[in-house]
Design a binder for this molecule. Structure first.
Ligand code: ATP
Ligand code: FE
Length: 337
């Protein structure tokens, strides 16, 4: 089975070709235009998708060495995401499926972040069911109980900002360019995580809240820079390390809680923030200290990519879950629907 998969939910245009669960190509065109605005501008994103989608598709086919006539189905991200961006991928996928006379498969982007672990790869082990997925991305922070490929239950989620937003907004306060998450990670490696202390929110159950953290960082920086204008440049590594320590501490605290509650020790992370070295290290430590089995995706499968859409497409193809031509993009799209 050859699946061509299309991802266009935010600011990356990506197309992948899979042969069963093996990825033959995974081309990602990242949009640079948003950097100068300090965040993704939806209208510019959809325009860039329109420019990128045809060349990226040709590149993915060429890299996979597959002719479009060999394809078995077209999978695409239906949602959640930016409506204008989703519409580009959705319309393109529908037209391809119509022209090639092959089935169309709609994919939930958040399910894909979780099921990315099942892409066959020598550096990755697929988690065993049931497992707990911690999805940490630019728009979501969720703890999900995964009983089977398409049997998922949300046990907790953020009440306000996503963890990726917490990284990016903190970075913005520090004057770092968008997206700042990876930069905080880089500076954190050179700093002392206990140099500064930020309050950890006390949120009930398995839910999260990150908007207070952003505010306390803002007040802290305003106070310090009013006394010393060079405070940020002099302490950047320590500030980043302390922010990262706080976020990782919050995430690990909830994971410990959910393991205790469910008795499940298989933990898989997904989404862009799972590229973060702090959370990766904390999970490695938890394997030794608490006997967890942890699963961390390769870097290329953490942030948005079509490979993860393709693996969901493959599972849906095998179980006969196809979409019709009247399907449409869905900006809000529940994980469990
Ligand atoms: P969603 O999947 O919720 O729709 P999204 O697709 O925009 O959101 P992803 O592409 O999965 O999000 O993740 C992007 C986020 O990951 C950004 O907030 C970025 O800063 C963050 N990120 C990427 N790498 C790192 C890192 N090393 N450390 C911290 N954050 C990171
Ligand atoms: Fe994503």
């Amino acid at each position: 089975i050859y699946i061509l998969a299309i991802e266009s939910s935010c600011d990356d245009t990506s197309v992948a070709v899979l042969k069963n669960d093996i990825m033959l190509s995974n081309v990602v065109a990242s949009q640079k235009i948003h950097e100068e605005y300090g965040g993704v501008v939806p209208e510019l994103a959809s325009r860039a998708h329109q420019q990128n989608i045809v060349p990226v598709t040709y590149q993915a086919l060429a890299k996979a060495n597959i002719d479009k006539k060999q394809l078995s189905a077209i999978a695409f991200t239906r949602g959640p995401g930016l409506l204008g961006s989703l519409l580009v991928g959705t319309s393109f996928a529908k037209s391809l499926s119509l022209a090639l006379e092959i089935p169309l498969i709609e994919v939930n982007h958040m399910q894909a972040h979780i099921l990315a672990h099942f892409i066959k790869d020598e550096n990755m082990n697929a988690p065993e069911f049931p497992f707990l997925a911690l999805t940490i991305s630019g728009g979501h922070t969720q703890i999900v109980k995964v009983k089977d490929y398409f049997d998922m239950e949300i046990l907790g989620q953020t009440l306000d900002d996503a963890v990726g937003e917490a990284f990016d907004k903190s970075a913005k306060i520090l004057g770092l360019p968008y997206p700042g998450g990876p930069l905080i990670d880089q500076y954190a490696a050179m700093g002392n995580p206990h140099a500064f202390e930020f309050p950890k929110p006390n949120v009930k159950d398995l839910n999260f809240s990150f908007s207070g953290l952003k505010t306390s960082i803002l007040y802290f920086i305003q106070k310090e820079t009013s006394q010393n204008p060079d405070f940020i440049t002099e302490n950047l590594a320590d500030i980043c390390a302390s922010i990262q320590f706080t976020i990782v501490h919050i995430l690990m605290g909830k994971l410990k809680k959910v393991v205790k509650k469910t008795g499940i020790k298989n933990i898989a992370i997904g989404g862009g923030v799972s590229a973060n070295s702090g959370i990766r290290k904390a999970l490695k430590d938890a394997e030794k200290e608490m006997g967890w089995n942890t699963y961390v995706p390769n870097f290329e499968f953490c942030t948005d990519n079509a490979g993860m859409i393709g693996i969901v497409g493959y599972f849906k193809y095998k179980s006969g879950q196809f979409a019709k031509q009247d399907t449409s993009a869905k900006a809000r799209y529940n994980l469990t629907s």
